[in-house]
Write a protein that binds this ligand. Sequence first.
Ligand code: FES
Ligand code: FES
Length: 231
Amino acid sequence: MTEGGIVHSFQPSASAVNTDIQVSKITEKIMASSVKLTVNGQEYEVDPATPPSTRLVDFLHEKNLSGTHVTCYQGGCGACTVVASFVDPDSGAKNTHSINSCLAPLLGCNGWEITTIEGLGNRHDGYHVIQERLAEYSGTQCGYCSPGMVMNMYGLTQSSSSWTASEVEQHLDGNLCRCTGYRPILEAFKSITAQDIEDSHLARCPKTGQACRGHCAKKENAKVGQFVYLL
Ligand code: FES
Ligand code: FES
């Protein structure tokens, strides 16, 4: 009922009530069913009591994967970029893209495979070529934006088999840097070729998919050493 344009009471229409019921049923269904995803090859099952408003980046931080940064929390800076692989429900094809983890509802990530900066490369297991190139070109200072920059570039290399310098620029246009300046960052990424990426995969363990730690080679050498010793 309105008086002078002011709404004094509101009676929702039958269709609005039905829509609310449907939405709450869908939410209950999502909450009740188990949501599973992998992060850097490790499988996780999300607690069914997780609030629907939880975002993927919150989950990553809860799992101590703090390399994925947050600045704006609203899709504007790219600091929270990770790479996600998921099956397209229409085509059945597997897609891999960089995404803003601050915008991805956790309960919508069922079946997704997430790669974060920790899974791409680190000081213990060795760095990925994209990380190395950013450092070589002096493309990082405080480093706050760097994980997001690297993961966005990694997403481009995983969604395309080749890319031009201008495509690299366009792809990175959602990632902000407040201190280094964009020239060295873009020059670093423009220098990366599909062959560089292919070669970097060769340095990955065919069993685990992680960067090669050289342990298997050491074991082989140890065996050879034992054999030589026995001779
Ligand atoms: S935190 Fe800025 S885009 Fe996600
Ligand atoms: S290196 Fe400091 S924000 Fe980019």
